[in-house]
Design a protein around this ligand. Sequence first.
Ligand SMILES: [Zn+2]
Length: 860
Amino acid sequence: MEREDAYRIALAGLLHDIGKFAQRTGGWQGAHTEVGGEFVRQFVPEGWQADLYPVMGHHDEPLLTYEAKLIALADRLSAGERLAAEAAQPRQLLSIFCSLTADGQQAPEDKYWPLKPLRLEEAAVFPDESLAESQVTAAYSALWRGFEQETRHLLKAHARAESLSTYLESMLLLLQRYVWCVPSAYYRSVPDVSLYDHSRATAALAVCLMEQPETHIDELLRALKTWHQERAKALDAPPPPVLEETTVALLVGGDISGVQDFIYTITARGATSALRGRSFYLQLLTEAVARYVLRRLELPITNLLYQGGGHFYLLARPSDSSCLAEIRQEVSRILLRYHQGDLYLALAELSLVAADFYEGRISQKWGALVEHLRRAKQRRFAELGPGLADLFAPQGHGGNEERECQVCGREHPGTRTDDDVRKCPPCLSYEELGDRLRQARYLWLTEMKADDELGAESGGWEEVLRAFGLQAGVAEELTAVPNTGRPRWILALEDDAMDNLRPDAHTVVGRRLLVNVTPVYGKADEEWLGRLPKAQQGALRQELPQEPQGKIKPFALLEAQSTGIPRLGVLRMDVDNLGTLFAKGLGDQATFSRVAALSFAISLFFEGWVEVLAKRVGKTADGRDRLYSIYSGGDDLFFVGSWDAVVELARKIRADLTRFAADHPGVHASAGIALVGGKYPLYQAAGDAGRAEAQAKEVRRRVNGREHRKDGIAFLGQAIPWRQFGVEECREGMETVHSLAHWLERLTRDEQDGGAKAPKALLQMLIRLQEQYAEATKERALLGEDRNKAGEEQVYYGPWMWRGHYFLKRMARRYEKDDPEVAKAVDGLAEHLHGENFRAIEWIGLAARWAELLGRDRST
Ligand SMILES: [Zn+2]
């Protein structure tokens, strides 16, 4: 019964401000609470309408029911401020990045999210200038029509009001889709929190507050009111003691550790297909564990604040602490049983008092929770107590070669040979999952009784999820989704796949963002292969599985399909200083909803938009896919593919991140790229790319006396700021490494391939030039002579400058008669090299090496 009550309150919290959305279409008259009430009468199944009185009553004076008080208090805490009931409403949602201070800077101008349903389209995802007044109402009306239609489907599906939990989650997903871009009320007139983030945070808090008796809720509300009045007089008025003394909720964090090793420490044999499956399994596992925790605590889905990329955050009641300790043990036992200590879930909690939701304190709390998680990870499995050592004992007997898996190296009784490689059942199961995922358009989940018979017969991923009470799978068509009669979820992995989805009384439907970019062998690859010389073709065919059509392309093929030199590119990239952005970026304006809004925005980019970019950049004109997403979530990503495509992807991501973040100069990312052969061990490649990323994080540059840190890329062993590397569209020029590389490549290409046939010696010369410069600079730095009085690094003008100039001039003259274009180009380069503020000496060789790799004839 208690569980049912929690769902009612959650639904009331979720819908408490829905009237604001309706109001802005211009078609609904009255206060937002009245409009909300009308929405409930028209669109919520009759059976639950009576529970939704707080939607109408949460601004009443006095508040009439306990439920209305819960919502009113949760509303205030989530917004971190007293809410003006009917003040002028903001028209459009300001990008949360415009409220962020990072690197001591702010976004140059206000940008607003478009008023459009959430789809991975340019026009929906990127912020822009605000719309004209006349356009706003029309945009709201269009948005509302879509929402209304979907709400009717939901009403029909739940006419008999059977499963409130299913209805609640469907409504949550609907709000995500339509209300993500609708501003909530505002705090100091900054409308940067969406109604979606504010509503779900209110729902979560209201459920936690249910533990407080009514008298206590009254007391808290009164104290808040007093505090607001006092702060109106003096901003630094301290909160009344009750706001500091009452724990109102627990902030709970979960973090799976061992992820990196789990994904990358597999051998190259069968790696391509297993990789994607392993990485996706970890995402499913995060979800299964998060839902398991919610179910054990009897909390509704609205209490889950974030899940993805091996992490989750949720809000629990103060009294859930002891149950959390039990859950910690249960989860550890299951993970230990199936993964022998390879994977561990750190689960930590932190008490929140009412005052923690004000004056930006919530970010510090979040930071403290992350610290708790870090410490928990250092004491892996400590919650299981003594006797743990037995469980860590090796499972196999050692030396039993037939049972040793050639992919992961573990012994397993069920190991068998597949495609000439010995694989254990778990590895086979990941491979199968990866294979199914490549064409998947839907992810489905269904709840089941947690399987407490931990037999570990095969230990495949499905069994592990079952141990957490979840069954899962992916499907290309809806008809392939099993209907077990139990509660289930069907989540579209593509925007278009949403169109066919209809909810029913036991099925939640919605969109799930998932970067799922897999290079599949197809007709275009077959034709490409057919054009190759016989010997090379034969060698590559040996790398392919027996029936390659529709299967994931092996690394050897991605390597061979590079432009220029055949190499595999491995990319690792993440947002710089993300922890600081969350902990300090919002300053004293950090509210619970704002932190949620920032985290939603970051995941929209890395779990959503990156997929669009990767699909676009990875595809060649003749239809071959050359990029493979191993992982992209939270704020970081790992891609493998043909090296030139990987570099272009990194550039695109960096460029779009800025556009996405409202051109905020302090929101940036660093990338590391390693080039390896297709047979190179993956964990080493991952390590190489990781080290390159770390090198990129060391990048420093000074502009106008101000030092800028990070925001770089390490490529071909050199780390350089993005600004110099170049993030612009592909073009030729001398301004960036990228534009110069393209220019040099065409200049030195053969005439029959559209080049200008300048001698390759040009490239060698530029590479040597930079080398000489680098050596001399290093020596000078040792002597401490590399900086001027302002501490800025100086370009070192040495003999190589005039030598380079002379060499290029001479080369230009040689071409003057026969090939004026080359002559002009080389001459331009010489002049550029001579220029006053010439810094290109620091990267001219990098551009030349890049051009050289791009132009490398693959037959040699
Ligand atoms: Zn294995």
